[in-house]
Design a protein around this ligand. Structure first.
Ligand code: ADP
Ligand code: MG
Length: 244
C-alpha cells in the first residue's frame, strides 16, 4: 500500500489531436497542500478534471486511496464523493437556499439522514462565517459569500481531498481575501488540498509544495521557497517574472 493519498502515473489526456496532458507523474500525501501554477492553457484545469475522472484519461493511472480510478471496473462516482471540487464559477443551485445547497448531496447519496445533514450544514455555515445566510438564496449573496458556500457544500460530503480550480479568479478583488482565509484555515486543519491559483501570496504562505505546469508538463516543483526564490528552469523564471 502506497503512503500517498493520490498517485498519478503517466497521465495523458488528448482532446482530438491536441495532447493536453503529457504523461504527468504526481504524488500527494495526506494532509499536503499542493499549489499548481502555470500559464493559461497549460492544462491545469484539465489535470484537476482528469484526476477526478470528470474527464476520462487517455492513458495512465490515477490512484486515489489505493484504487485506480482510471480502471473501467471502478465505481468512479463512489470515489469522487471523497474528492470535493470548487470551481472558478460557484455553481450553486440558484433555486435552493444556501442550506439546501449544502444538504442536497449528502441526502441524495444517502450518506446522511435529513437531520444529520441539517446539523452538518449548520456547522459548516458557521465555519465559513455564513450562519446568518442559511435561508438566503445564492443570488442574494456576494461572490465571495457564494464561493464560501460552495466550499462548505463540498465539505458537506466529508471529502478526503479538496480540489480548487482558480477559486478566486471570478471574484472582485475585495472578496478574494475572505475566500483565501477559509482555504487557509482548511489547510491548517489538515485537509489535503490541490489548488490551482494565480494568488502567489497564498501559494507562498500555505503551500507545502508548488508545481509549475507548462504545456501539459510539470516543468518544476519544490517548496514555495525553492520555486519562488530559486527557480531552476528558464520557463519557471520567465513565468514568475511576469506574475510576481
Ligand atoms: P488551464 O486550466 O491551464 O488554463 P486547460 O486545462 O483549461 O488549461 O486547457 C488546456 C488545453 O486543453 C487548452 O488548449 C484547451 O483549449 C484544451 N481543452 C480543455 N478542455 C477541453 C475540452 N473539453 N475539449 C477540447 N479541448 C479542451
Ligand atoms: Mg483553468
Amino acid at each position: 500500500m502506497s503512503n500517498y493519498l493520490i498517485e498519478v502515473k503517466k497521465l495523458y489526456k488528448n482532446f482530438g489531436s491536441n495532447e493536453v496532458l503529457k504523461g504527468l507523474d504526481i504524488q500527494i500525501k495526506k494532509g499536503e497542500v499542493v499549489v499548481m501554477i502555470g500559464p493559461s492553457g497549460s492544462g491545469k484545469s484539465t489535470f484537476l478534471r482528469t484526476m477526478n475522472l470528470l474527464e476520462k484519461p487517455t492513458r495512465g493511472q490515477v490512484y486515489f486511496e489505493g484504487t485506480n480510478l482510471a480502471d473501467k471496473s471502478v465505481d468512479v462516482f463512489k470515489h469522487r464523493e471523497k474528492m470535493g471540487m470548487v470551481f472558478q464559477q460557484f455553481n450553486l443551485f440558484p433555486h435552493m437556499t444556501v442550506k439546501d445547497n449544502l444538504m442536497l448531496a449528502p441526502i441524495k447519496t444517502e450518506k446522511l439522514s435529513k437531520i444529520q445533514a441539517s446539523k452538518v450544514a449548520d456547522q459548516l455555515l458557521n465555519r465559513v462565517g455564513l450562519s446568518e445566510k442559511s435561508e438566503a438564496y445564492p443570488q442574494a449573496l456576494s461572490g465571495g459569500q457564494q464561493q464560501r458556500v460552495a466550499i462548505a457544500r463540498a465539505l458537506a460530503m466529508n471529502p478526503d481531498v479538496m480540489l480548487f480550480d482558480e477559486p478566486t479568479s471570478a471574484l472582485d478583488p475585495e472578496m478574494v481575501g475572505e475566500v483565501l482565509a477559509v482555504m487557509q484555515e482548511l489547510a491548517q486543519e489538515g485537509m489535503t488540498m490541490v489548488v490551482v491559483t494565480h494568488e502567489m501570496g497564498f501559494a507562498k504562505n500555505v503551500a507545502d509544495r508548488v508545481l509549475f505546469m507548462a504545456d501539459g508538463n510539470i516543468v518544476e516543483e519544490g517548496t514555495p521557497e525553492e520555486l519562488f526564490d530559486h527557480p531552476k528552469e528558464k520557463r519557471t523564471q520567465e513565468f514568475l517574472a511576469k506574475v510576481l
